[in-house]
Design a protein around this ligand. Structure first.
Ligand code: SF4
Length: 400
C-alpha cells in the first residue's frame, strides 16, 4: 500500500492525529480534519455493547480482515482503531494465509495489545487440530493470548463435543485463549445455534444475519435461545448475500441519509440481541462510511426501512442462503454451489475481487469446472429457484 492512501498518510495517522467529522456534502461520508484534533476536540468513538457472557465491551462495528492487509502496517487498521474499532476479526486462512502475520505486525507497531481485541479462527475442527492451530495462530499473531477463538465456518454440530469442551477449557486455563465460539454461515445456522444454546462453554457465535432474515421465525427463535443463554452474538454477511445481482444491487433507492451498505448495517444494529456486525473494510471509503453509520445515533427512517424491505423482496429469488446440501444433492458432479455463490457475492457486492478469485481457485478442480454443466435440477431443488445456470457459469468465467 502506498504511503498516501485516499488522502490520509501513514504519517497523518501516526503523528498528527486526525479527526473524522460526520456530515460531508453527502451527509454520511467522513472527512479528515486535523484542525479539529488540533483544537483538542475528542475523536468520536464507535458505540460499544457487551458481548454476552464474556461481559466484555466491544465496538458495534468490527474490522473484518478477510482480505490481504498490508503486511508491515495497514493504515486502515490504525484509522479504525482511532475511532474505537479496536476489534480485528482474523483467521488463519484469510488473505491467502497472510492475515494473522499482518495483524501481528500491526499490533506490535501499535504497542497496545491490551487495548486491541483479536479474534481468530481455525478450520481444524477436531480437538487436536484445533489446539495446534491455536499455537500456530499465537505465533503468527506475535501474542501470548487470543481474545476469542472460533471454529471457522462450522457445518457439523458433532464437532461441539465433550472432547472439544475439554480442549477449550485447557486452552483457557493455559491463558492461550480468553473466549471460545464458532462462526457459521451455511444452511444449518439454526441447527448449530440451537445446539450451542444448550452448551454453557460456548461464549460467542458469529453467524450469517442480515435484513432478509428478519421474518425468519426459526432463526429468530434460535437467536432468542442463544441470547437468553448469554452467548455473545455477532452478525456477518450483513449485506444479504446479493451475489450475482449487480443490476439489482444498483436499484436500491437511497431514500434518506444512508446508502445501502450503511442501511443494512443500521438494520442489524437495530436488533438489541446482536452485539456487533463484522464488516470487511478493505478501502478507506468503506471504513469511513461504516464508521459514520455506527457513530450517528439516528435510526433508519420508515422510508429507509421500506426501501430495504422492497429491495429484499425484489431480490429474494436471487439471494443464495448457503443451504447447499439442498442444491448440491441434485447434481451428480462434485460441485459446491452455495460456496461458489458466496464467492460471487464477495466479488460482486463486497468488491473483494482478488480474494474471491483466490478462494474459488482453491476449490477442487471438479468444483470449478462449471461451464459445461446443466444446473437445471439444482435450480429446481433450490427453495428460491435461483437461476444457477446463469450465475454459476458467470462465476466460472469471472473468478479465474
Ligand atoms: S442455490 Fe438455493 S439451495 Fe443452493 S445454497 Fe443457494 S439458496 Fe440454498
Amino acid at each position: 500500500m502506498s504511503e498516501k492512501d485516499n488522502g490520509i498518510s501513514r504519517r497523518d495517522l501516526l503523528i498528527t492525529g486526525s479527526t473524522i467529522v460526520a456530515g460531508s456534502a453527502m451527509g454520511v461520508s467522513l472527512a479528515v480534519d486535523d484542525a479539529e484534533a488540533a483544537k483538542g476536540k475528542k475523536i468520536p468513538q464507535v458505540p460499544r455493547r457487551i458481548l454476552g457472557k464474556t461481559k466484555q465491551s466491544i465496538p458495534i462495528l468490527l474490522f473484518g480482515a478477510g482480505f490481504r492487509l498490508n503486511g508491515t502496517f495497514d493504515p486502515k487498521l490504525a484509522e479504525a482503531f482511532r475511532y474505537g474499532v479496536n476489534y480485528i476479526d482474523a483467521a488463519d486462512c484469510y488473505g491467502g494465509g497472510t492475515c494473522e502475520a499482518a495483524v501481528g505486525s500491526f499490533h506490535k507497531r501499535l504497542n497496545n495489545r491490551k487495548k486491541l481485541w483479536i479474534t481468530s479462527k481455525s478450520d481444524q475442527h477436531d480437538p487436536k487440530g484445533f489446539s495446534s492451530t491455536v499455537d500456530a495462530s499465537l505465533k503468527a499473531l506475535q501474542t501470548n493470548y487470543i481474545d476469542l477463538y472460533y471454529l471457522h465456518a462450522l457445518k457439523d454440530k458433532k464437532y461441539l463435543s465433550k472432547e472439544l469442551e475439554k480442549t477449550v477449557a485447557q486452552l483457557k486455563k493455559d491463558g492461550k485463549i480468553r473466549f471460545f465460539g464458532f462462526s457459521c454461515h451455511n444452511g444449518n445456522v439454526v441447527e448449530l445455534m440451537e445446539a450451542a444454546a444448550k452448551l454453557p462453554w460456548i461464549d460467542s457465535i458469529m453467524f450469517r444475519y442480515n435484513f432478509r432474515q428478519y421474518g425468519d421465525k426459526k432463526l429468530n427463535a434460535a437467536i432468542d435461545k442463544c441470547h437468553k443463554a448469554g452467548i455473545g452474538l455477532i452478525a456477518m454477511k450483513t449485506q444479504g448475500s446479493a451475489s450475482s445481482f449487480e443490476p439489482k444491487w444498483k436499484q436500491f433507492q437511497k431514500k434518506g441519509k444512508w446508502n445501502k451498505h450503511q442501511a443494512v448495517l443500521k438494520a442489524v444494529w437495530a436488533d438489541p440481541r446482536i452485539t456487533a456486525a463484522v464488516s470487511h473494510m478493505d478501502t478507506f471509503q468503506k471504513l469511513r462510511e461504516n464508521i459514520a453509520a455506527a457513530i450517528d445515533p439516528q435510526k433508519l427512517t420508515k422510508a429507509e426501512v421500506k426501501e430495504l424491505t422492497k429491495y429484499a423482496a425484489a431480490t429474494r429469488s436471487i439471494a443464495c442462503d448457503g443451504c447447499e446440501h439442498i442444491c448440491n444433492a441434485a447434481m451428480k458432479e462434485n460441485v459446491q454451489i452455495g460456496t461458489t455463490m458466496r464467492y460471487l457475492m464477495y466479488h460482486d457486492v463486497y468488491g473483494q475481487t482478488e480474494e474471491a478469485k483466490e478462494l474459488f481457485g482453491a476449490l477442487p478442480p471438479e468444483a470449478r469446472d462449471l461451464e459445461k454443466l446443466d444446473f437445471s435440477a439444482a435450480t429446481a431443488a433450490c427453495p428460491h429457484n435461483i437461476d444457477l445456470n446463469t450465475h454459476l457459469k458467470r462465476a466460472a468465467k469471472i473468478l479465474v
